[in-house]
Design a protein around this ligand. Sequence first.
Ligand SMILES: [Zn+2]
Length: 281
Amino acid sequence: MQWNPGGISNDVEDRRSGGGGGFGGRHIGVGGALVLLILSFVFHRNLFTIFTGDSGYEQPVAASSPASSAAENTEVQFVSFVLDDVQTTWEKLLPAQGARQYRHAKLVLFRDSIDSACGQAESATGPFYCPDDEKVYLDLGFFDQLRGQFGAPGEFAQAYVIAHEIGHHVQKVLGIEGQVRRMRSSDPRAANPLSVRLELQADCFAGMWAMSTAERKIVDQSDVNAAMRAAAAVGDDRLQKMATGRISPESFTHGSSRERTQWFQTGLNSTDISACDTFSR
Ligand SMILES: [Zn+2]
C-alpha cells in the first residue's frame, strides 16, 4: 500500500493512556503515574486498572503523552492516513450522489478497555462503531491479532477494518442505522438478520472506498487480496469474544465469510451507493 506518514489526524482521539481505569480514580501522583505508564508499556498491560480499580474513564491529567512505541507511532500515523482518506472519499461521494452531506466520525484509540456511549467495551470485543457518539473504537492490539490469530497480515487488511467501521458511520449519516434500529425494536426476532444486512453493507461500503484507492494507485491486487482475507477472517463471528452483559454494536452476527467477501467485491466493482443495498436482496 502506498502511503506516507503525515502526522496524526484531527479525527483521532488518543485515549490509550486512559484505559479502563483512568488516572483520576485514585490519587497516584504524577511520579507514580509515570512509573505505571512505563511499566504498562513494558508489560503491554494497563497496570492503571490494577492500581485504580475500574472506576470509569476520566480524562488523563498526569501524563499527556500516551505510552507508545515507535512501531505503534507508525501505526497511529497509518490509521490517521486511512481514516482521513476514507472520510475524504465519503465527503465527495455522498453529495455527488444526491445523498446527504457527510460529517466526520472520530476514531478513538484505546488500550484494554474503554467507556463509550454504547457501554463499556474490552479489547477482545474487536473494533466497533458506536452510533450514539459517532465514534469508531480501536485497540491497536487488534492489528496484531489480525496478523497472528486471524492470518490476515498486510496494511490493507488493517485499512479494511477502518473502512468497514466508517461504513457503519455512513449508515448512520444516511439514516439507515436509525431505520434498522426501529425495525429491530418493533420485531426483535428480525434483529439478527438485520444486523447481518448492516454488516454486509458496511463491507460493501469498505469495498467502494477500496475501489477509489485502486483508481488512485494507492493499492494493488495483492492489497485487495489481503483485505478479502480480512473480510473472510472476521466473518464467522470470530470477533465475538466480548465479556458477558456488555454492549457492543459489533457483537451480533456478521454474516458468513463468503457473504462478506462477496459484498466487499460488489463495493469494489461499483461507484454507486445503491449497489450496496443489502436489504432488498
Ligand atoms: Zn461491523
